[in-house]
Ligand binder design. Structure first.
Ligand code: ADP
Length: 674
């Protein structure tokens, strides 16, 4: 809502002031019937509300002076003229004060509560001021109190209701935003109202005057303006019709005067009609404006969201509870290679590798049924599939929107295959560190082992040598003593074995944290990470995960390091291949073990290194360190599993490793838990 420009405010007020006095002068009615009563109060109210206080005081002073002069010109005694002018100013003051107290934003008629505040202020003001006026008239002129009260309050109420809203609903945007057809409609509306008012109130067509109900035809135009146009226009057409109606009445024309009764009765019924018309129109107009404004707000919000959607660097995809895509951002189109038209209305699972494609509906259904969150609100690294079939690692966060009608999910996808070199470098550093730590640990272990084993092994050698000498000596007790020596040698050998076992146990204990993990999830995440920085090699990765695998007890980071190594090796091995496919399989193996396999379609292991594949520093790559497989094997063996390679029938290699399942928790705990 904008403030009225001062020039318009002053100009409008002056015109209304003059019109009011001119009408009153022409009417020359008894003061009790004066419809000129209403413009001053309405004007003052409007001026008070929309203009700064200093202007208002100037306005009130000018008005009071003009009113005194006008009343005196109309033949009223000076005392009465002053009293009338002051009471009109007071009326404007009272109404303005009440309205400002009740309305939360008195600077406009923006909503129904503000309109209600105006109506209450109007009614209270009309009643109060009319009481004072009627008392004065009864005292000075011996007029009938209730007659004056009725005329005065109706006139005053109408004045406020007709004029105040014109100022309160003023909106500069109307002129800024209006299209040509809007303006044409407004002009037609105003001209139609004026024409119809002239017919109804000035009898320009039928000189005998129209029946009273003819006035109600005008209501249709008011309703039209209220519903289709702005509140400002609606209040203007009502004001225009009212001015013409009053003019007609002063000329003794119009439907009101075709009825029997005194002029005072006619004025009263005309004013009552106009007041009702004004209130109805205002209600409709304010309602319609409010509705239009909230529609506009919704549309603006939609446009706002849309623009966020278009520009957000992450891919954003929303789906309904059946997995059907509802919207798909520009970034998503760039990331996955599908256009919006190819995706919207179809199942989001087409953006996933086949293994997940088949299960995604089930995931949603399970979530809807159980409410158990595995990814919503948590976020994970998963594998996405582009239109060309290649896969890539992505960080996926999912938000849920629940209204009482339906649910939908929003996925935020960030491609992490392109993350900067630094990240890759960090990972390389990480694996080098693991390697260095292991080499030094192995060195320490070897020297300790040498030291510890030296004694029993020397003893074994000594005993055996002594035994042999005894047998060679040919002594008759020789065989028996040789047997004793061998027994002692065996004892020392057992001790050496114990030392080795103890060392192994010690090493096993010194491990990092082991936790029970879901194999498939651990592997998927590692595969996703393995693709970081390998986009240019673009391999197609598919999954073949067994369901219902037992959990595995592992150091997650280490096992993921193994998977990452194997996948990286596979991707690198296939750099020159025309077919680049990797299949990751998880399966139950033997009794309590899980086997994870990474198969590629590359050239296979080079012959010259096949024999020492798992030894450190064996590599065929220019920049290779040759430690990946050896570290992987020691990690896997540290977990009590095995790592080996096999040749595929269709070419390429498969690396397999096993990890033992976590012991299942005791039944008791399960039953009493939670
Ligand atoms: P690096 O990758 O640094 O060479 P690794 O120990 O991981 O060290 O691998 C050793 C060698 O094993 C590689 O240089 C490569 O020749 C061979 N290799 C590993 N994985 C594969 C594979 N999937 N296909 C063919 N050769 C492989």
């Amino acid at each position: 809502m904008h403030r009225l420009p001062p020039a318009v405010a002053w100009g409008g007020l002056a015109v209304m002031l003059l019109a009011g006095y001119w009408a009153g002068y022409k009417l020359n009615l008894d003061p009790a019937e004066l419809p000129i009563w209403w413009p001053p109060a309405g004007i003052i109210l409007a001026g008070f509300l929309r203009r700064p206080p200093r202007e208002w005081w100037a306005l009130a002073a000018i008005f009071a002076l003009a009113a005194v002069l006008a009343y005196m010109t109309a033949g009223r005694p000076p005392a009465l003229a002053v009293a009338l002018a002051l009471s009109a100013v007071a009326a404007g003051f009272i109404a303005a004060t009440i309205f400002r107290r009740l309305a939360h934003d008195p600077r406009g008629l923006g909503d129904v509560p503000t309109l209600m505040a105006l109506l209450i202020a109007t009614a209270a003001d009309a009643a109060l001021t009319a009481t004072g006026l009627a008392a004065a008239f009864a005292y000075f002129f011996g007029a009938a109190f209730w007659q004056v009260w009725g005329m005065g309050s109706t006139a005053l109420a109408l004045g406020i209701l007709l004029i105040t809203p014109v100022f309160l609903t003023w909106d500069r945007n109307f002129f800024a935003d209006a299209t040509n057809s809007d303006i044409a409609e407004s002009v037609a509306l105003m001209l139609g109202t004026i024409a119809l008012s002239l017919v109804v109130f000035i009898n320009i067509i039928w000189s005998h005057g129209l029946p009273l109900p003819a006035m109600y035809v005008l209501l249709l135009l008011f309703v039209w303006a209220a519903l289709r146009r702005t509140a400002f226009e609606a209040t203007n057409v009502v004001l225009a019709a009212s001015l013409i109606a009053i003019w007609g009445t002063t000329l003794g024309l119009g439907p009101a005067l075709t009825q029997a009764g005194t002029p005072a009765d006619h004025v009263l019924s005309l004013q009552a009609f106009l007041a009702v018309a004004a209130i109805v129109t205002l209600f409709l107009a304010v309602e319609a404006t409010e509705r239009r404004r909230s529609e506009l707000a919704v549309r603006e919000q939609e446009a706002h969201l849309r623009s966020i959607f278009e520009t957000v660097p992450d891919a954003v995809i929303t789906i309904d509870e059946h997995g059907i895509v509802e919207s798909y951002s520009k970034a998503a189109a760039r990331l996955f290679g599908y256009d919006e038209a190819e995706i919207v209305g179809r199942n989001v699972s087409m953006l996933m590798p086949p293994y997940y494609r088949e299960r995604h509906d089930g995931y949603i259904a399970r979530y809807l049924a159980t409410g158990e969150r595995r990814i919503i609100g948590i976020g994970r690294v998963v594998v996405g599939q582009r239109k060309d079939g290649t896969t890539f690692p992505m960080e996926l966060a999912i938000g849920e929107l629940r209204t009482n009608r339906r649910r939908s999910f929003t996925g935020f996808v960030r491609d992490i295959s392109e993350r900067q070199q630094t990240e890759r470098r960090l990972q390389d550093l990480h694996s080098e560190l693991i390697h260095v730590a292991r080499v030094s640990a192995m060195g320490q272990m070897a020297s300790a082992l040498a030291h510890e084993l030296n004694q029993p092994l020397t003893a074994v050698a000594n005993y055996l040598q002594a035994g042999r000498r005894m047998l060679q000596a040919g002594d008759e007790r020789g065989p028996q003593r040789a047997a004793e020596m061998m027994e002692k040698a065996a004892g020392q050998a057992t001790r050496a074995g114990q030392i080795i076992r103890r060392l192994r146990e010690f090493l096993a204990k010194g491990r990092t944290e082991r936790t029970a993990e879901n194999v498939n999830r651990v592997v998927e995440e590692a595969v996703a990470l393995a693709q970081v920085g390998t986009r240019e090699l673009g391999a197609k990765i598919s999954f073949d995960f067994a369901e219902d695998l037992p959990q595995i007890l592992i150091d997650r980071i280490q096992i993921q390091q193994v998977v990452l190594n194997l996948v990286r090796n596979a991707v690198e091995a296939m750099a020159q291949s025309s077919r680049r496919e990797i299949t990751i399989t998880t399966a139950r193996s033997g009794g309590e073990e899980v086997e994870i396999a990474v198969a590629d379609s590359g050239p296979g292991i080079a012959d010259e290194i096949a024999a020492q594949l798992f030894q450190p520093f064996v590599t065929t790559k220019e920049k290779g360190m040759g430690v990946g497989l050896s570290i992987s094997r020691s990690i896997v063996e540290g977990h009590g599993g095995r790592l080996w390679a096999s040749t595929n029938d269709g070419g390429g290699v498969t690396f397999h490793f096993t990890v033992s399942a976590a012991p299942s928790p005791p039944r008791d705990g399960e039953q009493h838990g939670a």
